[in-house]
Design a binder for this molecule. Structure first.
Ligand code: ACO
Length: 340
């Protein structure tokens, strides 16, 4: 078997790499939408440009006939968390149980040692029928990874029931009289950008992390604007809502939902955070309701929104369930500490 690094500017090779990832994704969740080729290509080129926020290292495994059988993606944070790497590794469904995954895992570790990365983490997607017994879970154990946290996947059908939405809004609004709910699309308003970046930084430590070895990220407005440009480059539209504390003028809560323009049927929940000192005012529910309303108006073809929450994140799960989200499998996070 041959394992080679993929240059995202070599489109033919990238398409082979992507084909393995997509085939694996479809084997796990048949018929479901997933990451799109042009989205992943844009992200990969960004991750391989000079001075990225996250460097992308892609590996393609080919068999003796030069047929693409395995793929790996390593995302290496460059502004903080210099010890860490996030791994996505997949083997084509027709080439499993022949050691392709294990060979890729060995190569991944070799590359990470060269980059002085000591912690590697990887999520496994487990649809309901595979909860707790997926090939990915077995593979992680066989290659020395330990469970660091379990996330639960939920889908929220859209549009949400209007009666439920109105009742929720009416119940929550009295708790939030000191806050103004604002919405925006694709780009954060200039007057909120530094607060938005700070919320991203807080997101990196304030959400439950289980045993995940993530340290505080460093964010400022410039970095956040780069993320927005990257999201736009993917071809996704973003619907956001935030809560501004009237007395201080500060943005203290936010939620973002992303929808692929090319295939808008499935949307994805991105960040939701309420600063710790402003919790208890139902801001999580209110920003989500506002963003969902903007999304329903701006992207009427979107049928559902997928979200993942750590299983111990009780407040966020309560918000999602109040909106009507239903569970749809697990996403366990596995982690391995490499010897140096
Ligand atoms: N059932 C039980 N054990 C399994 C299975 C399975 N279906 N698949 C792999 N293993 C374990 C076994 O211990 C196996 O060793 P053995 O064959 O000697 O018994 C060991 O993992 C290595 O197996 P490989 O043949 O190298 O694995 P394969 O090439 O089949 O790839 C993979 C496994 C990557 C999990 C594949 O099924 C896949 O692409 N799944 C979807 C994506 C995924 O879950 N990726 C893993 C993320 S976790 C991580 O990267 C650390």
């Amino acid at each position: 078997m041959l394992i080679e690094q993929v240059d995202a500017h070599d489109e033919a090779v990238f398409v082979e790499w992507f084909g393995v990832m997509r085939a694996a994704e479809l084997a796990t969740r048949p018929g479901e939408p997933g990451i799109l080729l042009h989205e992943e290509l844009a992200l990969a080129r960004e991750g391989q440009a000079a001075d990225p926020d996250n460097r992308w290292l892609l590996l393609l495994a080919q068999d003796g006939d030069r047929c693409a059988v395995g793929a790996a993606k390593l995302s290496l944070p460059m502004r903080d968390n210099a010890h860490l790497a996030e791994l996505e590794l997949a083997v084509h469904p027709d080439a499993r149980r022949r050691g392709v995954g294990r060979s890729l895992a060995v190569e991944v570790e070799q590359r990470l040692r060269e980059q002085d990365r000591t912690t590697v983490m990887a999520y496994v997607d487990e649809p309901p029928a595979e909860q707790g017994c997926s090939a990915g879970r077995e593979f992680a154990a066989a290659t020395g990874y330990a469970l660091a946290q379990t996330e639960v996947c939920r889908d929220l059908d859209l549009p949400i029931d209007p009666v439920r939405g109105t009742e929720l809004e009416q119940r929550c609004a009295p708790y939030a009289v000191d806050y103004e709910i604002r919405t925006w699309r694709d780009g954060c308003p200039d007057d909120l950008i530094e607060d938005r970046a700070l919320l991203e930084q807080r997101m990196s430590t304030d959400v439950p992390l289980g045993k995940i070895d993530l340290h505080e990220q460093k964010w400022d407005g410039d970095r956040y604007r780069r993320v927005e440009r990257r999201n736009a480059g993917m071809g996704r539209m973003f619907f956001s809502a935030g809560a501004v504390h009237r007395a201080s003028g500060r943005l203290v809560a936010v939620t973002d939902m992303g929808v692929p323009r090319a295939e808008p049927e499935r949307g994805y929940q991105w960040v939701t955070i309420v600063l710790e000192e402003h919790r208890g005012h139902r801001l999580g529910t209110l920003v989500k309701l506002a963003a969902l309303e903007a999304l329903a108006a701006g992207s009427p073809r979107t049928k559902d929104i997928r979200t993942w929450n750590a299983e111990e994140n009780t407040p966020m799960i309560a918000v999602n369930e109040a909106l009507g989200a239903r569970t749809n499998g697990l996403a366990p996070c596995f982690q391995k500490l490499l010897d140096t």
